[in-house]
Design a protein around this ligand. Structure first.
Ligand code: GLU
Length: 298
């Protein structure tokens, strides 16, 4: 008689993250992402990490890093590992660029914004010029094939990067590591399995999937949340004067965030207790599968 295979499938080791850029203080939109990524990870007995995405030094807003860290604590979030800062990891990203150079996946590009003009699709102007890398932007080659993913909320999304965008920048002329590179490398090195973030990043995802594929990294699961909009129909952002999260009102703001995500209400309590209740009640099916939450969020 054939022996039955007694090995059970391993439990899914979910690892999620919240990865704010300190380009302004956290606002209600950031809170939605933090709450959803936390509850989704914890309801699946997963881990949740925080990573500060601060490679774009000129865009860093004074004191916003401190505000992010204060909010993580005051809103009751408990990261499962030490918080990492991308500005401390530049040599890691450079190492990956060297790897891509050796494999001929990248090339130097001398095109300025002015030279490229309004053309949104890069025409491979520098692809075959063999320019030296010193002080030039570095672009990743893309292919003429659709790249698709199935978002847990937004459904299937595809893009042919060659037709929609062209070879894209991983490192700028001024030496700044592009978000696309840093996010892919860190999600891999931190062992992230699930990305939960705002729908404004939906169409960055195919670039990240392509880069991860080139580097041989495993695929991730994605869930892009609807964005909280202000009364003028704009997404909340520093540019639109979104209000900084006020830690004095953490319990009320948590209630509002869960309400915006259409979750069952939680009792007013300490932020930690409220998050505990939100985790036990967490139901992804209740989150609106749209890219915007109409309302007048501030
Ligand atoms: N750092 C990005 C932001 O604040 C989010 C990156 C991500 O979640 O992939 O918009």
């Amino acid at each position: 008689m054939q022996q039955q295979n007694s090995v059970l499938p391993q439990a899914y080791a979910y690892k999620g993250r919240f990865a704010p850029s300190p380009t302004g203080p956290l606002h209600f939109g950031s809170l939605l992402t933090a709450v959803a990524s936390y509850c989704d990870a914890k309801s699946q007995h997963g881990e949740w990490l925080v990573r500060i995405e601060d490679t774009d030094i000129p865009r860093i807003f004074p004191h916003s890093e401190q505000h992010i860290l204060r909010c993580i604590d005051a809103f009751g979030f408990e990261p499962d590992a030490e918080i990492i800062f991308q500005k401390d990891r530049l040599d890691i990203y450079q190492h990956v660029i060297e790897q891509l150079k050796a494999q001929d996946w990248v090339y130097a590009c001398q095109c300025t914004r002015k030279m490229l003009g309004s053309n949104a699709i890069y025409q491979e102007t520098c692809r075959h010029l063999q320019l030296p890398f010193q002080d030039q932007a570095i672009r990743l080659k893309v292919i003429d094939q659709p790249i698709c993913f199935n978002d847990r909320l937004q459904g299937q999304h595809c893009s042919n990067l060659k037709q929609d965008l062209g070879d894209f920048v991983l490192k700028r002329r001024d030496g700044i590591i592009n978000y696309q590179l840093a996010v892919v490398v860190d999600d891999y090195l931190q062992g992230i399995t699930d990305v939960v973030r705002g729908a404004d990043l939906l169409d960055n995802t195919q670039r990240q999937i392509w880069l991860a594929q080139v580097l041989g990294y495993p695929k991730l699961n994605y869930m892009h949340l609807p964005l909280a909009m202000n009364d003028q129909g704009q997404k909340l952002s520093k540019q639109n004067m979104a209000q900084a999260l006020d830690i004095q009102h953490a319990p009320h703001l948590l209630q509002q965030a869960l309400l915006a995500l259409k979750q069952a209400p939680v009792d007013l309590d300490t932020p930690k207790q409220m998050l505990q209740q939100a985790i036990t009640q967490w139901d992804v099916c209740r989150i609106p599968n749209q890219t915007q939450l109409l309302g007048s969020y501030q």
